[in-house]
Design a protein around this ligand. Structure first.
Ligand code: ATP
Length: 320
């Protein structure tokens, strides 16, 4: 199985121990999280060799990020940046299975990611590069790092995957559309919700995301790419080669949906680097996403192949 390379920001994560505003809840769980390392851990659990590049501060949370991600078997190439702190996410539990996240990441070490942080020869040596739309919106240097990795991948014939993952707190829609469109335009595999995919279409943000068939066609005029639409509990669809393959979601008792999208992407990419069909990739991705919904935590419960087998009975439906 060929190696996957990803890069981006991973932060400390404080989660309120119970439902309620953090103005009053007095205990919190300390962890870490970031979309790209969530995917990296998911891939590692599924047996895919994976490298993550990022910056953390020279502080306790930074050391925790490095130790935990490395402890999951990910090849971590992290710079300890003495000039800035590790970013922080604070998660407030708003109800059973729902939460609100606050970001303390402006000027963080992770946002200072730069093209020079990616060692010469690394991009060229992997089978696939995975980026999210979060990283290029962190800073000019992080955007340049993404574009440089994409250029290097394309020059070397390495596949490029992009999860649009639009975060409105990072940039207004019109700015995001320009930056994300640039990245999406170079990707072989594009992941997003119907709303997010609109950001990848040249000319800016489409206001009718229900026209997903047209959006997918606009994103893939030659039919050579895979446009993967994440539809939450309804599952997912891949548009490629002028056709669409839909795979329904699994019915599960939802505990916390955060991280389902990243687990889904890890599942899909794990099949992609093994040459699986679109149907097989969607089936694994939906199972990974569903499993993640049944447990708290953004990445901790990312499933192994054995856990996926246990989740899916012989008939391919979840074992109740
Ligand atoms: P995230 O909250 O991680 O950013 P996302 O918006 O990127 O998620 P979703 O479409 O919510 O992505 O979920 C990704 C995948 O996870 C879905 O395509 C599906 O396979 C699975 N999934 C999500 N929610 C549910 C659910 N309630 N029940 C079953 N499967 C789900």
């Amino acid at each position: 199985v060929s190696r996957i390379l990803t890069l981006g920001e991973t932060m400390g994560l404080l989660t309120g121990s119970r439902i309620g505003s953090l103005a009053h809840v007095s205990e919190a769980h300390v962890g870490i999280g970031g979309a790209e390392t969530n995917v990296a851990v998911g891939l590692s659990r599924l047996g895919v060799p994976v490298t993550w590049i990022g910056r953390v501060g020279d502080d306790s949370l930074g050391r925790r990020v490095v130790r935990e991600v490395r402890g999951e078997g990910v090849d971590v190439r992290a710079q300890l940046d003495p000039a800035a702190a590790t970013g922080l996410m604070v998660k407030e539990r708003t109800g059973p299975g729902t939460s609100r996240v606050y970001y303390y990441r402006a000027g963080s070490a992770g946002s200072r990611l730069a093209a020079a942080d990616v060692p010469a020869g690394l991009v060229e040596s992997v089978g696939l590069v995975h980026l999210t739309g979060i990283t290029p919106l962190l800073s000019d240097s992080a955007r340049e790092a993404c574009l440089s990795v994409v250029r290097r991948a394309r020059a070397a014939g390495v596949r490029v995957s992009v999860d649009v993952n639009y975060r409105s707190t990072l940039a207004p829609a019109d700015v995001a559309a320009k930056v994300l469109g640039e990245l999406v335009g170079e990707a072989d595999l594009v992941f997003g919700s119907p709303e997010e995919l609109a950001y990848g279409v040249p000319g800016g943000v489409a206001d009718d995301s229900s026209a997903i068939d047209e959006l997918a066609r606009a994103l893939d005029p030659t039919g050579a790419r895979e446009i993967v639409v994440k539809r939450g509990a309804d599952g997912a669809s891949t548009y490629t080669g002028g056709t669409v393959v839909h795979a329904p979601g699994h019915r599960v008792d939802v505990v916390d949906t955060v991280g389902a999208g990243d687990a889904f992407v890890a599942g899909y990419l794990s099949g992609d680097v093994q040459g699986w069909s679109v149907e097989e990739k969607l089936a694994r991705a939906n199972a990974c996403g569903a499993v993640m919904c049944t447990t708290p935590g953004d990445w901790e419960a990312a499933p192994t192949p054995a856990e996926l087998e246990a989740f899916l009975g012989a008939d391919g439906d979840p074992v109740q």
